[in-house]
Design a protein around this ligand. Structure first.
Ligand code: SAH
Length: 421
């Protein structure tokens, strides 16, 4: 028994909708904003909140926040009761979906004991990716708004974006430890939402040894060090696009802009690239990129610590496969114009480095930038670069990053495979 049962009726916050706001929940969007709330009762520090209509009927339940504009991150709607089991089941089935096709017959019989079928973990779902690293819980996409969990072999890296959920850490810990054969959990605690939630921003390690590891993806090896790394340590969302890069790289001179730990570069080298150049502004990232190439026997690649915007203006080298995967330039809606100029600038100068017949994978991971706008930016870069450009494929995040149809805001990564003629 836990000291406090967060799911007990007496321990739940009750938020009453303003009259006329009842239809809000009809679309099952998990974010319930402060503006829709007329009055509230129950403990302020409650982990769980019930949203009720003006007549007192429950219409949704979820993780509670006192300080955020998102007062509830709803998990259940209507009559459905939110219990601790709901949370555990969501986590277990989210993990189970990565283990098979999602069809019952293909999921191990006892999904609650995935540990017993550990060898299967080397195969991500869809069996195409041989990997022991995957996003096992993708927040809204897995009906667990506020919770992100990446698994790196025997480590889990957890990001919690809500104060109610933070209190449920023991439950999260129990389920992850039971379902995945873990050495430890790195509680990353660094996303900006935590400031708003007034949650601590210090990371925490609960486990044995060091919170870093080596993963295998499609037969290639990578160091992952969550404490020093960006995001949760590795960009799992780009897995499919890295695999595509490998198939395109044969005999090509490859430039990997915004390389981080060099993952695209390693795949390009594995695909038989004539040369690989990795560019990142962070000396630490470039050091890890060098190690990752070394781990796979590709020591002859080159590594440049530079601002990519300067690099593309100054280099005299020419390439025939280019990856451009910058950080999110638009952190908010207000940033869009500035971000658009950044994307145009880097793409324009990148295209100028390409010999005719080159291919280019170009990305935006800004959630605020629509696919439409991104395409227009690439168009205008091509025009100013004086190049004829076609896209042969739209690119998106790997399938362990599902997006809820009820919360399309979860879609952020978009890209194009371009032919530059
Ligand atoms: N493509 C990588 C992920 C890139 S993340 C992968 O698949 O693993 C974005 C990277 O851009 C970070 O490593 C960050 O250090 C780097 N970065 C940010 N601003 C930069 C700039 N102006 N020039 C070069 N690199 C930059």
């Amino acid at each position: 028994m836990r000291a406090v049962d967060f799911f007990e009726p007496a321990n739940r916050r009750i938020l009453t909708l303003k009259p006329g706001k009842e239809r809000l929940v009809a679309n099952r969007h998990p974010w319930i904003f402060a503006g829709a709330i007329a009055r509230e009762s129950g403990p302020e520090e409650a982990a769980i909140a019930d949203l009720v209509d003006p007549r007192g009927r429950r219409v949704a339940s979820g993780f509670h926040s006192l300080h955020s504009q998102i007062r509830v991150r709803a998990l259940t709607f209507g009559d459905e009761v939110l219990t601790e089991e709901t949370l555990c089941e969501r986590m277990v089935s989210s993990i189970a979906r990565r283990m098979g096709s999602g069809l019952k017959s293909k999921v191990p019989r006892d999904v609650a004991r995935l540990r017993d079928v550990r060898p299967a973990l080397s195969t991500l779902d869809l069996t195409t990716y041989a990997t022991n690293a995957m996003r096992v819980i993708n927040a809204e996409g897995d009906e667990l708004s506020g919770l992100t969990v990446d698994r790196y072999d025997d480590l889990a890296v957890v990001e919690i974006a809500n104060a109610g959920l933070e209190q449920l850490r023991p439950v999260i810990n129990d389920v992850l430890s039971r379902e995945l054969a873990l050495r430890g959990i790195w509680w990353k605690n660094d996303i900006p939402a935590r400031h708003i939630e007034r949650l601590p921003m210090d990371p925490e390690w609960t486990g044995e040894g060091e919170p870093s590891t080596e993963i295998v993806e499609n037969g290639l090896r990578f160091r992952v060090d969550p404490p020093s790394g960006q995001k949760t340590g590795f960009f799992l969302d780009q897995r499919e696009n890295r695999a595509l890069t490998r198939t395109l790289a044969g005999g090509r001179r490859v430039l990997n802009l915004f390389s981080y730990s060099g993952a695209f570069g390693v795949y390009a080298a594995a695909g038989g690239a004539a040369s690989v150049e990795n560019v990142d502004i962070s000396a630490g990232a470039i050091e890890v990129a060098r190690q990752n190439h070394g781990l796979n026997g590709f020591d002859e690649a080159s590594f440049v610590v530079a601002d990519a915007f300067d690099y593309v203006r100054k280099t005299t080298s020419r390439f025939d496969l280019l990856i451009c995967d910058p950080p999110a330039f638009a952190k908010s809606r207000g940033d869009i114009d500035r971000a658009a100029r950044g994307y145009k600038d880097i793409n324009l100068f990148a295209m100028k480095l390409l010999d005719p017949g080159a291919r280019m994978l170009t990305f935006s991971c800004s959630g605020h930038m629509s696919l439409d706008l991104f395409q227009k930016i690439i168009f205008s870069a091509a025009q100013d670069a004086g190049r004829r450009v076609a896209f042969v494929r739209r690119l998106t995040a790997a399938p362990d990053h599902p997006v809820s149809l009820f919360c399309p805001e979860g879609e952020y990564l978009k890209g194009f495979l371009l032919e530059v003629r």
